[in-house]
Design a protein around this ligand. Structure first.
Ligand code: IMP
Ligand code: MG
Length: 182
């Protein structure tokens, strides 16, 4: 994408779907939910890049149990609003997760293909437990069977940007979630 002016960039931001304050409130609830499950046991937060990096930063500061953070990169969208259905692990974790309590921190479950693949791969490595916390859930578009242990927000079938989510690699830095406009 290329923007010659700030106006050109901003005209793609159609309307706010979830405000920064609404996100903040739900993050605090998600922190308490995670704390209550692991009750002090050390935890491994696995973030799926790039979309989940902002969410991970907030979740990590909302939990009070000891935790490590790890990253992996999985791609399915390739600069468009349609899922290619071809999920690739382009960067793997830098550690073994055998016997660990793992929480996958994801930005959005759309068709569910990305997460279904990631969960299958991580399960095969023998973690002690594996849960999924997603910022957004778009259940209307589900193709693969995939249900998060916690979804902070359920949204209709809109293409959204901001708070880590991109269109063509832009808009990740918006502090709120907005609907993208072509
Ligand atoms: P899925 O495999 O179809 O569930 O797609 C998951 C990935 O597609 C997410 O991790 C996002 O990176 C991307 N994605 C799906 N819906 C949206 C959206 O509305 N905005 C931005 N990215 C999205
Ligand atoms: Mg993602």
């Amino acid at each position: 994408m290329e923007f010659k002016t700030r106006e050109e960039f901003e005209k793609h931001i159609k309307k706010t779907v979830i405000t920064a304050d609404e996100i903040k409130l739900r993050i605090a609830e998600a922190g308490r939910y995670i704390d209550s499950i692991y009750s002090g046991r050390p935890l491994l937060l696995v973030s799926i890049l790039k979309g989940a990096f902002v969410f991970l930063a907030d979740i990590a500061r909302a939990v009070t149990v000891p935790c490590e953070v790890c990253f992996m990169e999985a791609k399915s969208y390739y600069e468009s609003t349609e899922s290619s259905g071809d999920v690739k692990i382009t960067m793997d974790l830098d550690r073994d997760i055998k016997d660990c309590d793992v929480v996958i921190v994801e930005d959005i479950i759309d068709t569910g293909r990305t997460l279904a693949d990631v969960v299958r791969i991580l399960r095969s490595r023998g973690p002690h437990s594996l849960r999924v916390v997603t910022l957004l859930d778009k259940p209307e578009r589900r193709v693969a069977e995939m249900k998060a242990d916690m979804a902070l927000f359920t949204i209709p079938d809109l293409f959204v940007i901001g708070y880590g989510l991109d269109y063509g690699e832009y808009f990740r830095n918006l502090p709120y979630i907005a609907e993208y406009s072509e």
